[in-house]
Write a protein that binds this ligand. Structure first.
Ligand SMILES: Nc1ncnc2c1ncn2[C@@H]1O[C@H](COP(=O)(O)OP(=O)(O)O)[C@@H](O)[C@H]1O
Ligand SMILES: [Mg+2]
Length: 236
């Protein structure tokens, strides 16, 4: 479903932000992407969303070869993936429901289907009763749920999320994670960058650990591995 082969990415010459990354993700997998800041997690996600283009290598998602994908086909490609970006950007002058309608209209979804899709997405994230509320009236956790609803509004098979619980308290983080687990159980492939070691260690899925632009660990039902990573810092 997602296949990277010898992928390199540099923003400036001679500085590999991703170096020779190869990995395969099967349909229906749930993957935690972990690693220190600057490891390249967001860059990897941005290559998959075509927000950034790779420097060298091969990258395929489903039948789409992202190397060959022309810029003008990127919007159409993005409609098939759900993107939960690091920072929540909801339109503050529109209600929760209208935010989703706006997204569906931008995707040029058939007008007759828009209402049903918007309401169904809000139901999936438990925010249906907030449909007529404006984003500023919601907690950050609730806003994140709406952002997830927006990402899944057109039933994408792949969901990419960049630290979706980064700004949330524990309770909201668990609520938000439950949504992702549910979406995965309903068949979506989920790739999520996260720093939340408790979540990674508690609900075990495949862990991809990155360091200095390389995948240094690929472990089924993996752990966060915090003890190993930071051991040096505690030597006195
Ligand atoms: N647009 C950019 N231009 C130049 N360098 C960038 C850009 N985005 C990220 N980087 C650099 O790429 C490296 C990886 O960043 P990033 O993918 O954001 O890592 P992570 O998400 O793991 O923290 C960092 O050294 C960062 O400074
Ligand atoms: Mg990042």
């Amino acid at each position: 479903m997602i296949s990277l082969t010898n992928v390199y990415k540099e923003y400036t010459e001679d500085q590999h932000v991703l170096e020779n990354v190869s990995l395969d993700v099967k349909q229906g997998e749930f993957i935690y992407l972990i690693g220190p800041s600057g490891a390249g997690k967001s860059t990897l996600i941005k290559l998959l969303t075509c927000e950034e283009r790779l420097t060298k290598g091969n990258l395929k998602i489903g039948n789409v070869d992202l190397i060959k994908l022309a810029d003008h086909h990127i919007p159409e490609y993005r409609r098939q993936i759900g993107i939960v970006p690091q920072d929540i950007v909801l339109l503050s002058h529109l209600t929760v429901y209208k935010n989703l309608v706006y997204t569906l209209q931008a995707m040029e979804v058939d007008r007759k289907l828009i209402k049903g899709k918007a309401l169904s997405a809000l139901e999936k994230v438990g925010m249906l009763s907030f449909k007529n509320v404006f984003p500023t009236q919601l907690s950050i956790g609730q806003q994140q749920k709406v952002a997830i609803a927006r990402a899944i509004v057109n039933n994408p098979k792949i969901i990419l999320a960049d630290e979706p619980t980064g700004n949330l308290d524990n309770k909201s983080a668990i609520d938000v994670m439950k949504i992702f687990y549910q979406l995965n159980q309903n068949g979506s492939t989920v790739l999520m960058a996260t720093h939340n070691s408790t979540i990674v260690n508690t609900v075990r899925y495949r862990v991809l650990e990155m360091k200095h632009g390389k995948v240094v660990r690929d472990q089924m039902e993996g752990t966060y591995g915090l003890a190993t990573d930071y051991r040096d810092m505690f030597v006195i």
